[in-house]
Design a protein. Structure first.
Length: 74
């Protein structure tokens, strides 16, 4: 299961902030989740056209990131 690739989609607003992002844990707003993933997994991010981008992570990386992000936010 940990080899499963999860694609986290991000959509930017016109001002450059994050409007929506998938796999977001409770307690974090979209910008906080994007910032956390950008800091932790910048090498796994791909910018796309139209104000979008994706992170490609394993399921294990996503779950670990969610735990770490919510722990640091608390």
């Amino acid at each position: 299961m940990s080899d499963e690739t999860v694609i986290i989609h991000a959509r930017f607003a016109a001002n450059g902030t994050i409007a929506e992002i998938s796999e977001r844990p409770q307690g974090l707003n979209p910008q906080e989740w994007f910032d956390f993933l950008s800091y932790r997994s910048a090498d796994k991010y791909q910018a796309l056209a139209g104000g979008r981008g994706v992170f490609r992570l394993t399921r294990a990386e996503v779950e670990a990131s969610k735990v770490d992000a919510t722990t640091k936010a608390a």
